[in-house]
Design a binder for this molecule. Structure first.
Ligand code: GDP
Ligand code: MG
Length: 329
C-alpha cells in the first residue's frame, strides 16, 4: 500500500479524479495508508481558498454552493486577488449535511444540473458521512479538505448545517465563513445568538424573493452594533435568491473583499495559526487516546470499570496510571 503513495500522489496532483476520489475515501474511512497519504499530500496543500457555508436546513445552502461553484468556473477572475491567473479555476465541494441532496457529484431531482456537474470535472462534489466518522467529523472534514487542496482545487466549498458544535468546528477550519439566513424562519435570531454570530465573516440572506428579507437584515445589523468583532471587520450582508442566481456575483465580490482584508497585516496567517493550535490539540488528544486504548483491551477496560463501580479502585489513580503508561493489558 505505502509503496504506491508517490504514484498515487502524482496522479492526484495531475488532476486524476479517480485518484482523488480514492484518496478521499481512504482518508474519510481511515483505511490503511491514510496517514501516510496525508503526510505526502500536506506539503502540496495550503493554496486553496476554503469557504465554509452554514445555515439551517432548507436555507438554500446546497443551491447556493452549486451556484457559487458554477460562478467560479465561469468567472475565474473572481478568484484573482492579485495573482493575475486567467486559467479556469477548479472547485471542490464537501457537503457535511445528512440531508444534502448531492449524490455522486449531483443534486438529486435536478437532472439538468446533474448532467452539467457530471460533464464538468472542474467541480468535484463529495458528501461526507456524518455518522460514525472515525476520526471525528471536524477533523475528517479538515483532512478531506487537505486532499482537495493538494489536488489543486482552487476553491473548496464546505456546506454544513449550522446546528451543533461539530458544525461550528467545521466552519472554523475555513478561511472564510458564510452564514446563510432566510426570511420568515422564525429561528433566525436564535440561530444568530447560538454562536453563529461570531463565526460569520459574511452574512447571506437567501430567499430574498420572500417577504421579510429587510427585517432579517435589520436584526443582523442590530446584533452587529451590540457585538463588534475584535478584528474590526464588519461582516457584510448579501441578499441572494440562490434558486435563480441573483446575488451570487455580489456574494463572490464580498468573499473577494474579505480575502483581501485577510491578506492585510498577515491576518490570514494569524487565523491559520489559531486554527492549527486547536487542530493540533485535537490531533494530540486523538493520538493519546488511541495509544491508551491500544494498551488496554476492551475486556480489561470492562474489568477496571467494574472495579471502579464496586469502589474497589479509585478512578483518579487509575487514569493517572494509564496516562503515565504504567498500566498495560
Ligand atoms: N424561493 C426560493 N427558494 C429557494 C432559494 N434557494 C433555495 N431554494 C429552495 O429551497 C429548498 C432547499 O434548498 P437547499 O439548497 O436544499 O437547502 P439546504 O438544506 O440549506 O442545503 C429547495 O427546494 C430550493 O430550491 C431562494 O433563494 N428562493
Ligand atoms: Mg443541503
Amino acid at each position: 500500500m505505502n509503496r504506491d503513495i508517490p504514484t498515487w500522489t502524482d496522479s492526484l496532483r495531475a488532476g486524476d479524479v479517480r485518484a482523488l476520489a480514492r484518496a478521499i475515501s481512504t482518508v474519510e474511512n481511515r483505511a490503511p495508508g491514510w496517514s501516510e497519504l496525508l503526510k505526502a499530500l500536506f506539503p502540496h496543500s495550503g493554496r486553496a481558498r476554503v469557504i465554509g457555508l452554514t445555515g439551517a436546513p432548507g436555507a438554500g445552502k446546497s443551491t447556493l454552493v452549486d451556484q457559487l461553484a458554477r460562478f467560479y468556473r465561469a468567472t475565474p477572475e473572481a478568484l484573482d486577488t492579485g495573482s493575475g491567473r486567467k486559467d479556469k479555476r477548479t472547485v471542490g465541494i464537501i457537503a457535511v449535511d445528512p440531508t444534502s441532496p448531492y449524490t455522486g457529484g449531483a443534486i438529486l431531482g435536478d437532472r439538468i444540473r446533474m448532467q452539467e456537474h457530471f460533464s464538468d470535472p472542474g467541480i468535484f462534489i463529495r458528501s461526507m458521512a456524518t455518522r460514525g466518522s472515525l476520526g471525528g467529523l471536524a477533523r475528517t472534514t479538515a483532512d478531506v479538505a487537505t486532499v482537495l487542496d493538494a489536488a489543486g482545487r482552487d476553491v473548496i466549498l464546505i456546506e454544513t448545517v449550522g446546528v451543533g458544535q461539530d458544525e461550528i468546528d467545521i466552519v472554523r477550519l475555513a478561511d472564510i465563513t458564510v452564514v446563510i439566513l432566510v426570511p420568515g424562519m422564525g429561528d433566525d435570531v436564535q440561530t444568530i445568538k447560538a454562536g453563529i454570530m461570531e463565526i460569520a465573516d459574511i452574512f447571506v440572506i437567501n430567499k430574498s424573493d420572500r417577504d421579510g428579507a429587510d427585517r432579517v437584515e435589520r436584526e443582523i445589523r442590530a446584533l452587529q452594533s451590540l457585538a463588534l468583532r475584535h478584528d474590526g471587520w464588519t461582516p457584510p450582508i448579501v441578499k441572494t435568491v440562490a434558486s435563480d442566481g441573483t446575488g451570487v456575483k455580489e456574494l463572490a465580490a464580498a468573499i473577494a473583499e474579505y480575502e483581501e482584508y485577510l491578506q492585510d497585516e498577515n491576518r490570514a496567517l494569524k487565523k491559520s495559526v489559531e486554527n492549527w493550535q486547536e487542530r493540533l490539540i485535537e490531533m494530540l488528544r486523538d493520538a493519546m487516546l488511541e495509544k491508551a486504548r491500544a494498551q488496554m483491551s476492551d475486556g480489561n477496560l470492562a474489568r477496571l470499570a467494574a472495579e471502579v463501580a464496586e469502589h474497589k479502585r479509585d478512578p483518579y489513580t487509575l487514569i493517572e496510571e494509564i496516562a503515565a503508561g504504567k498500566r498495560s493489558a
